[in-house]
Write a new protein. Sequence first.
Length: 452
Amino acid sequence: MFRKILIANRGEIACRVARAARALGVRTVAVYSDADERALHVEQCDEAVRLGPAPARESYLDAGKVLAAARQAGAEAIHPGYGFLSEQAEFAQACAEAGVVFVGPPPGAMRAIKDKAQARAVMRDAGVPVVPGSEGHVAGEGALDEAHAIGFPLLVKAAGGGGGIGMQVANDEAELIKAVRACSDRARASFGKDAVYLERYFPAPRHVEVQILGDGRLTLHLGARECSIQRRHQKVVEEAPATAFELPAPRPRLRDELLRAGLLAARAVGYANAGTCEFLLVGDHVYFIELNARLQVEHPVTEAVTGLDLVQLQIRVAAGEHLPIGQGDVRMQGHAIECRVNAEDPVKFLPSPGRIARFDPPVPADGLFHGGLRVDAGYRAGDTVTPFYDSLLAKLVAHGETRAEAIARLRAALDSFAVEGVKTNLPLHRRIAASEAFARGELDTHFIERLN
């Protein structure tokens, strides 16, 4: 096991990784920008190294500075969390060359799926069902031929990105040309690469995913999650197990088809450590959309129903240990739901920076379950939410023996969760949790639009 790891992130995920490392007896090194000098994640680590000015490109996204910080602190490994450097194969390779272990998949697997258009081709060749789409990147007028072969409506997507960034729907030729141009520009600004590709746009699919865990010799799935409740292609509420295969009636064969496809996708690229294969569910068909080479924001719901600590397992695998479990040891217990609590206007969905005057979650924000509730937080009262980073304040997770019990706990927890000084999306979460459609499991990616 490592003596010391550096956590190349901030906010709630940096606190989450620090907690897992502490449980393993591993010392932790935080990194911080000038905006985060007094942040919670800095306080919760054993030591800290300054990276630079507040903008992410001058701090958390500067791979050279992060590696220098690891060398300075004597860290043997780097956990990237999610976002920032977590899916950069170049950074993983640089870590290997510097003799620092990257807590994540091998660089080769990351390269195979980094370009999402390329990943589609790899998966198609491996027999994984993919969304109908372009054979590769498209640009300008050349997109029209591909579009007619696929059929409208279409989704234009950034090949080098994720998180819903660089995605736009096109219903006809005129919209397509504009969308390709706009998405290319946004992709260049966000990911440094302007390549885009096309996928068939389904008006009301469900978004389901498979949690993958591997150690280089064994690849497991840890069940399916549902992430259908989204806003602007970004997840808002997640559940495990996936409601799509439970309501209105169980669909075990379709669920097993999804799980097999997830394992097939991971094995096609030699995946190891933790990752997530994401799919669209359209009627009785599952379609691969991407493989995320990192821990997901929604990993706590999987932890809740499996009883496993994914971050500890990540660290143990990175340290060279074999997984302590086999597929037959994975058991699902109950149901879990996660709400992402963001500092944003609940109506306009715009970021709401400012000083948090009050932060009062329903249970201690220590990442542990208390009466079926868990809160992972990256902020506390007195902290300032800056405009430089993601607006995620905390994650609220409710677990119950049944989905109905989890929803009841979630509703009560949301009613008692109090944040003052910045606007949050708690009112939106309360409306979702109170919805009868949500209780019935009538979910798709346009759920919030109907809720309004």
